[in-house]
Design a protein around this ligand. Structure first.
Ligand SMILES: Cc1ncc(C[n+]2csc(CCOP(=O)(O)OP(=O)(O)O)c2C)c(N)n1
Ligand code: SF4
Length: 267
């Protein structure tokens, strides 16, 4: 059988979402941002809300997210995406509004904005890409950098005495009454990608039902910033990041019994 016999319309099992534009992505090969964009596009497409959705893009590597997903976008200054998202949703409550931020953006300069938006229970979806590093600006330490992890500004590894402890933003926002759904996912395997897509869909459905803030952390790699190839980066993430940033739902207001984590902390 030749390639031309295989590449036929009837054999296609997967198609790129029509919301993903043809622009060539600037992300490094192996970067998680592209996969997460794909999932957001698929969910918006499947919910048929392309015309009704406004994304708020950040300052990190995903600053150009607006070049890749065919919806309306607003760029926000460093850390301010949840404040800008709040304003958009309050002015245009019929729109679906989501923010997209890296860990440097969300957990560093934007720590106040995200905590207060979640505490107010703004009816928005917050997507938090945690690759434990400032990817865009050359791999400096982020608030989420693990203890002992080497970065451009911690060449001997993050030292608690000097740099403090890594911050678990997802655990912090889960405590705030305004959040209705808080989850931590990843995208390094097909199974993980499917779970993350389900989480994004759930978050948008929550917004439809006006339930409050949904917060999705996606534990990710930055192979360029971590200075390893994409395969090693995934393995390192599985071995080290998941131990500290445990995957799963932390809060789910749609479940009367609560998420497994909520049940655990009640006991
Ligand atoms: C007020 C302000 N401070 C600093 C910067 C420089 N800056 C741009 S992107 C970035 C880091 C972004 O890292 P992160 O949010 O983790 O996203 P990633 O690039 O890893 O996806 C920084 C510090 C800026 N643009 N504005
Ligand atoms: S520097 Fe890191 S976060 Fe940025 S595109 Fe490359 S791999 Fe992705």
């Amino acid at each position: 059988m030749e390639l031309k016999d295989i590449i036929k319309e009837e054999n296609i099992v997967y198609k790129k979402s029509k919301l993903i534009l043809d622009n060539v992505m600037h992300y490094c090969p192996g970067c998680s941002h592209g996969v997460i964009h794909k999932l957001i596009a698929e969910v918006i497409d499947e919910m048929d809300i392309q015309e009704k959705t406004i994304g708020v893009s950040p300052v990190g590597c995903s600053v150009f997210a607006y070049n890749y997903i065919d919806i309306d976008w607003q760029e926000a200054a460093h850390g301010r995406a949840p404040a800008v998202g709040t304003a958009i949703k309050r002015l245009l409550p019929e729109k679906f509004v989501f923010t997209y931020q890296g860990d440097g953006d969300l957990a560093s300069i934007g720590a106040a904005e995200i905590l207060h938006a979640c505490n107010r229970g703004e009816d928005i979806v917050c997507i938090f890409v945690n690759n434990a590093i400032y990817g865009m600006t050359g791999g400096q330490m982020a608030p989420t950098t693990l203890v002992g992890m080497k970065t451009a500004t911690t060449p001997y590894g993050r030292d608690v005495e000097l740099n403090g402890y890594p911050m678990k933003m997802t655990e912090l926002v889960a405590q705030l009454p305004g959040t209705c759904y808080v989850t931590r996912q990843s995208v390094e395997t097909a199974a993980a990608v499917r779970k993350t897509k389900k989480a994004i869909r759930k978050a948008f459905e929550n917004q439809k039902e006006k339930r409050g803030t949904s917060f999705i952390e996606v534990v990710s790699t930055c192979n360029s910033g971590w200075k390893v190839d994409p395969v090693k980066a995934n393995k390192w993430m599985q071995d080290h990041m998941f131990k500290f940033y445990q995957l799963g739902d932390l809060k789910d207001a749609t479940k009367p019994e609560g998420s497994e984590y909520e049940q655990y902390i009640k006991e």
